[in-house]
Design a protein. Structure first.
Lengths: 107, 124
């Protein structure tokens, strides 16, 4: 089970955002982050806990291992507001689960 | 660039079978060819106000992995000649009302890219 916090984060453009994801048991570094905006396809941001996906701006970074992970957006741009999910993979047999999401909204 | 597109009925009656297809397009060199291997292909759904829920994966060979909570009602199949894969879910109820996404599974760990999703409502 993945627990994301906070449920809602209210910030202004230019501020720093830190989103948390905690796993109920260690997932090593098998953790990914996605951004999702209404009516759009979810977009991969970070894979293997800390690697930025292709085309993702450098203001997005991921950290953590084991049970605790953080997605940081160093300076919020207007297009960064939306929903964010973390996702894990269990080892064997492979199953996949997502957190319940953090809403990043404009303050 | 790989593109994923879901298609299928938006309304299904209770107790009937939900059937969706995902069409994959793009350059084979970018990993868009199902028959080339190297990737699993995935169905995911999302209920209103909830996080996404993984349904299952399929490889070009037909090898599958399913969410244990849905396994008894779900079949994922692949048609490499059409570069498509499909989802069938039997005995649907209102609890199966959701947005259904298809995606490519990369390195057996993360999903990229995703389709835009298709909304399915179960109602009489």
């Amino acid at each position: 089970v993945l627990t994301q916090s906070p449920a809602t984060l209210s910030l202004s453009p230019g501020e720093r955002a830190s989103l948390s994801c905690r796993a109920s048991q260690s997932v090593s570094n098998f953790l990914a982050w996605y951004q999702h905006k209404p009516g759009q396809a979810p977009r991969l941001l970070i894979y293997d806990a800390s690697n930025r996906a292709t085309g993702i701006p450098a203001r997005f970074s991921g950290s953590g291992s084991g049970r605790d992970f953080t997605l940081t957006i160093s300076s919020l741009e207007p297009e960064d507001f939306g929903l964010y999910y973390c996702q894990q993979r269990t080892n064997w047999p492979p199953t996949y689960s997502f957190g319940q999401g953090t809403i990043l909204e404009t303050k | 660039q790989v593109r994923m597109q879901e298609s299928g009925p938006g309304l299904v009656k209770p107790s009937q079978t939900l059937s969706l297809t995902c069409s994959v397009s793009g350059a084979a060199a970018s990993g868009a060819s199902i028959r080339s291997g190297g990737y699993y292909w995935t169905w995911i759904r999302q209920h209103p106000g909830k996080g996404p829920e993984w349904i299952g994966n399929i490889y070009y060979s037909g090898s599958t992995y399913y969410n244990p909570s849905l396994k008894s009602r779900v079949t994922i199949s692949v048609d490499t000649s059409k570069n498509q894969f499909s989802l069938q879910m039997t005995s649907v109820t209102a609890a199966d009302t959701a947005i259904y996404y298809c995606a490519r599974l990369v390195s057996n760990n993360w999903f990229d890219p995703w389709g835009q999703g298709t909304r399915v409502t179960v109602s009489s």
